[in-house]
Design a protein around this ligand. Structure first.
Ligand code: B12
Ligand code: SF4
Length: 500
C-alpha cells in the first residue's frame, strides 16, 4: 500500500512545479539508481519521508541524492523527533538540507518556493508568526486527483493475469489499496505510540462530503478500468468520535460510495452495535485492533488500560456476525510478559472468530514516553536501534524474560498462526459462510504470513502453495461445486454463492 503523505503533498505543491513519486517499497532503487535518476530527469528538489524503521535506508538514499548535487528535504515522524540527526548536528554526518517538522500541509508550499529561490532553511516548523503551533484543520482538504494519478506501481494483480482477470465480474484487472484519511489525532496517549505526540490530542476531521467525493472518484476509476480499489482509512482511531463516524458512514451509504475498506478502531469503541452495523453496510471488511496483550497488567503499564481483554471475544463476535473480521495486533516483550505469553495468547485467539493475528515486539520509538522511561531506567540495549535496523529484534531488556525469550515468543506466535494447519482451521471456521469469505480469509492469511516469513520471489510462493495444497484443493472443489450448481442446478445454488 502506498503512503498517503506523498499524494497529499503532491496536491499541495504550487501548480507551476511538476512532482514525480517513487515509492521505495514498490520501485526499489539503490543509491546509484536514485542518483542516476535525479540527474537524468533533472530533478531540482527531492523530498523523502520515512518511519523510524526505514530511516537508515532513507539517509543512504538522501546522501546519494545530495552527492548528485540535488537538495533533500526530509519529513515524517522520525526526523520530527530527530531533526538534529538528519541535519548532522548531533556529531554525525548531515543527510538533509532541510527538515519539515510535524504536519507539513502548510509548510510544504513554502519549502518548495524557498527551494526554487535557492533559499532553503534548515528547519520548517508548523508555527504561526508568534511561534504558536498550527495544526492543519483538514477543512478544507485538498482534492487528491485519484482519477488521473499514475498508480501503475501499486497494482497488486500480477501482469500475466491482468487481461484474464479484467473479464471476471466487474473486473479484477487491477487491485489497489489506497490510503484515505478522514481525520487526524488520537488523545489516548499509549506509552509506545508516536501519534499523540505527533498529531497532538486535538482531533480534526475532514467534511463527510470531501471523504465521500474521494471514494466516488475511486469507484468511478475502478469501473472505467475494470479494476478494483480497496481503501485503508488510515485514521489512528477511525471511531474516536462515534457520532461523527456514524454520520460519515451513513453519508457513504446514502451516496452509494461504498468500497471495501479497512480501518483501525480500538476495541473499547466497538461495543456499539449501531456502529458495527454501519461499518458492515458501508463496505467495512477488516478492522485493525491494537489488542497489544491479554494481560491487564501489561496494558496498564503502557497506559492502555482502556483495553479490556475480557471483552475482546464479544467485540470480535459482534463484528463477525456482520461479516467483518479483525486484524488483531499483539505486542510481546512487555514488562509483565513471561515465557509462554504467546501460547497463552493463542489459547484465547483460537476461541475467537477467525482473523489475522499479528505479533510484534515492544519497541522504544524516539520521542515516545516509553523511550524516555527505558532510557532513564538504563534499559536500552541499542539506544539508536534505527541506525542498524533489524526486524523483530528488541532494543531493550524486558523485565521478566530475556531478549532471546521475547524473540522466541514472537516466532511462536507467527509460526502457530500461519502454518498450514492454522490456515486450514481458519478456513474451516467459516464453513457455514459463503465461499467468498473462506477464499478471502485464506488469501489474506497467505499475504499476512509474509510480514514475518519472507515470501519474496516465485519459489517462496510455490513452496507456500504446495504446503497448503490441502486447503487449496478443498476451496477449488467447493468453488467448482458452486459453479456447477449455479449453471446446472439453479434451484440448489445458495442465494449468495460467492460472498464478496
Ligand atoms: C497507514 C500506516 C501504516 C500502514 C502502511 C504505511 C502506508 N503505506 O501508509 C501499515 C499498516 C502497513 C503500517 C505499518 C507499520 N507502521 Co504505521 N502507520 C500508519 C499510520 C496509521 C498512517 C500514516 C499516514 O498516512 N498518516 C497520515 C499522513 C498525512 O501523515 P504522515 O505520514 O505523518 O505525513 C505528514 C507529516 O509527517 C509530513 N511528512 C511525512 N513525510 C514527509 C516527507 C516530506 C519530504 C515532507 C516535507 C513532509 C513529510 O507531512 C505529512 C502531511 O502533514 C501512521 C500513524 C499516523 N497517523 O500517521 C502509523 C505509523 C506511521 N506507523 C508506525 C509504525 C511503528 C509502523 C510499524 C513499524 C508497526 C510494526 N510494529 O510493525 C509498521 C512498519 C511497516 C513497514 N514495514 O514499513 C508509527 C511510526 C513511528 C515512527 N517513529 O516511525 C506510526 C506513526 C504509528 C504509531 N503508532 O506510532 N503503518
Ligand atoms: S489508541 Fe492507538 S493511536 Fe491512539 S495513542 Fe493508543 S496506540 Fe496510539
Amino acid at each position: 500500500m502506498p503512503h498517503l503523505w506523498m499524494f497529499l503533498l503532491q496536491s499541495l505543491t504550487p501548480a507551476e512545479h511538476k512532482v514525480v513519486l517513487i515509492d521505495g517499497n514498490a520501485q526499489p532503487m539503490d543509491e546509484a539508481g536514485i542518483a542516476r535518476y535525479v540527474r537524468e530527469e533533472k530533478i531540482d528538489l527531492v523530498g523523502i519521508g520515512a518511519m523510524t524503521r526505514m530511516i537508515a535506508k532513507a539517509y543512504r538514499m538522501a546522501d546519494a541524492v545530495r552527492a548528485a548535487g540535488v537538495p533533500v528535504v526530509m519529513g515524517g515522524p522520525h526526523v520530527t523527533e530527530m531533526a538534529d540527526e538528519a541535519l548532522g548536528r548531533d556529531g554525525g554526518s548531515r543527510h538533509a538540507d532541510a527538515v519539515a517538522l510535524g504536519e507539513a500541509d502548510n509548510t510544504w508550499p513554502r519549502i518548495v518556493e524557498d527551494a526554487a529561490r535557492g533559499e532553503l532553511k534548515d528547519i520548517y516548523a508548523p508555527v504561526d508568526a508568534a511561534g504558536k503551533e498550527l495544526k492543519p484543520s483538514l477543512r478544507p482538504y485538498p482534492i487528491i486527483p485519484w482519477d488521473t494519478i499514475d498508480l501503475k506501481q501499486f497494482n497488486l494483480v500480477p501482469k500475466v493475469a491482468k487481461r484474464w482477470l479484467q473479464k471476471i465480474g466487474a473486473g479484477w484487472g487491477t487491485f489497489r489499496i489506497i490510503p484515505v484519511e478522514s481525520g487526524r489525532g488520537c488523545p489516548y496517549g499509549c506509552e509506545f505510540c508516536t501519534v499523540t505526540g505527533f498529531f497532538g490530542d486535538s482531533i480534526r476531521f475532514r467534511t463527510n462530503e470531501s471523504v465521500v467525493n474521494e471514494l466516488l472518484m475511486l469507484k468511478a476509476r475502478g469501473r472505467r478500468e475494470r479494476g478494483q480499489f480497496a481503501v485503508f482509512f488510515i485514521d489512528d482511531n477511525f471511531a474516536i468520535n462515534l457520532k461523527r463516524t456514524k454520520s460519515l458512514l451513513r453519508d457513504i451509504i446514502a451516496a452509494g460510495a461504498q468500497v471495501h475498506w479497512v480501518a483501525q478502531i480500538s476495541a473499547n469503541l466497538l461495543r456499539d452495535q449501531e456502529l458495527v452495523d454501519l461499518i458492515s453496510a458501508s463496505g467495512g471488511k477488516w478492522i485493525f485492533i491494537g489488542m497489544e496483550s491479554i494481560d491487564p497488567a501489561n496494558l496498564k503499564d503502557v497506559n492502555k488500560g482502556f483495553n479490556k481483554p475480557e471483552e475482546y471475544a464479544a467485540v470480535l463476535k459482534r463484528l463477525a456476525q456482520r461479516n467483518v473480521y479483525a486484524i488483531t495486533s499483539f505486542i510481546f516483550g512487555m514488562d509483565n510478559d513471561t515465557v509462554g505469553a504467546a501460547e497463552r495468547t493463542l489459547e484465547q485467539v483460537r476461541t475467537w472468530p477467525p482473523g489475522l493475528p499479528i505479533f510484534g515486539l515492544l519497541t522504544p520509538l524516539p520521542g515516545t514516553p516509553l523511550y524516555k522511561r527505558l532510557d532513564v531506567a538504563g534499559r536500552l540495549t541499542r539506544p539508536k536501534h534505527w541506525q542498524e535496523f533489524i526486524a523483530f529484534t528488541m532494543a531493550h531488556t524486558p523485565l521478566k524474560m530475556t531478549i532471546d525469550e521475547a524473540h522466541a515468543e514472537v516466532n511462536y506466535g507467527w509460526s502457530h498462526s500461519y502454518n498450514p494447519e492454522a490456515l486450514a482451521h481458519a478456513v474451516a471456521a467459516l464453513d457455514d459462510q459463503p465461499l467468498g469469505y473462506r477464499v478471502n480469509i485464506f488469501l489474506a492469511r497467505l499475504c499476512f504470513r509474509g510480514i514475518y516469513f519472507p515470501m519474496l520471489g516465485r519459489f517462496a510462493w510455490l513452496k507456500v502453495v504446495s504446503e497448503n495444497r490441502g486447503t487449496i484443493f478443498k476451496l477449488a472443489k467447493q468453488g467448482f461445486a458452486a459453479w456447477w450448481d449455479s449453471r446446472f442446478r439453479p434451484e440448489a445454488a445458495p442465494e449468495t454463492s460467492a460472498g464478496d
